[in-house]
Design a protein around this ligand. Structure first.
Ligand code: NAD
Length: 253
């Protein structure tokens, strides 16, 4: 079985690092033209790295929490590559502090929800407008193991990630008959800049989190990316509205 995305145009958000970067790279290596979008200007270097290897890529600057930015991002993809077939809505952030709910601030909650949940809604809205024109497409939204179970002290994050699963299921039903498949993945703890930062902030807590993974190790960004590619391929042609946990067994218990 070999997955090829020849002739396909793919958008990956949050592609400057971590899981998004691994996914963008693997799509490019599998034949797709790839738009790498991120808030960070580091995305320019990522796209350049792929272009220098002969792949078709562009870098786009976008804050997914801003609807106008997202509209422009999708328009730029279509202006550059002519269409949009596949999107991986990967961006996710944590609140600025990890504390009990009553010790956190409303603006912090709103910010996390605006990026993680409204960001996915913004992206899906403009991606679907383009995919409807093709009467086909595939979208994968990035939730988390924190979208399946509660995790103390990251209330806004888990609320947003549970919300992404609701959005995914409803939108999947709306667009199933239009040939557009929408699914979600739930990564567990992976070796990315986000987790590196968490380990620096709270080493003892993160040591316990990693110890609790049944596989006994963190995931690699490529292990999440490979599931995204599978879900976007024809091999997953009968899967819609589903949640795929890639968490080393964390949510099995
Ligand atoms: P990361 O922090 O390493 O990368 C996220 C990228 O998103 C960064 O390049 C950042 O610049 C970009 N970004 C942040 N805010 C943005 C915005 N408003 N608009 C556009 N881009 C923005 O993250 P990661 O660890 O690779 O995680 C990727 C996804 O996987 C996230 O949704 C995260 O919640 C989820 N996830 C990760 C883990 C993990 O252990 N790494 C576990 C569960 C879920």
């Amino acid at each position: 079985m070999e997955i090829s995305f020849n002739e396909k145009v793919v958008l990956v958000t949050g592609a400057a690092g971590g899981i998004g970067w691994a996914t963008a790279r693997m799509f490019a290596e599998s034949g797709a033209a790839v738009a790498l979008a991120d808030l960070s200007e580091q995305v320019d270097a990522r796209a350049k790295e792929l272009t220098e290897k002969g792949y078709k890529t562009i870098a786009l600057h976008c804050d997914v929490s801003k609807e106008e930015d997202v509209k422009r991002m999708v328009e730029q993809v279509v202006t550059t590559f002519g269409r949009l077939d596949i999107a991986y809505n990967n961006v996710g952030i944590h609140a600025s502090v990890r504390k009990d709910l009553a010790e956190t601030e409303g603006w912090d909650f709103d910010h996390v929800l605006s990026v993680n949940l409204r960001g996915v809604w913004n992206c899906m809205k403009y991606e679907l407008i383009e995919m409807k024109k093709l009467a086909g497409g595939a979208i994968v939204n990035c939730s988390s193991q924190g979208g399946l179970v509660g995790i103390a002290n990251i209330d806004a994050y888990t609320a947003s990630k549970h919300g992404i699963l609701g959005l995914t299921k409803s939108a999947a039903l709306e667009y199933a008959r239009q040939g557009i498949r929408i699914n979600a993945i739930c990564p567990g703890t992976c070796e990315t800049p986000m987790v590196k930062h968490a380990i620096e902030m709270s080493p003892e807590h993160m040591a316990r989190v990693i110890d609790a993974i049944p596989l006994g190790r963190m995931g690699k960004p490529e292990e999440i990316a490979s599931m995204v590619l599978l879900l976007c391929s024809d091999y997953a042609g009968f899967a819609i509205g589903q949640t795929w946990a890639m968490d080393g067994g964390y949510t099995v218990m």
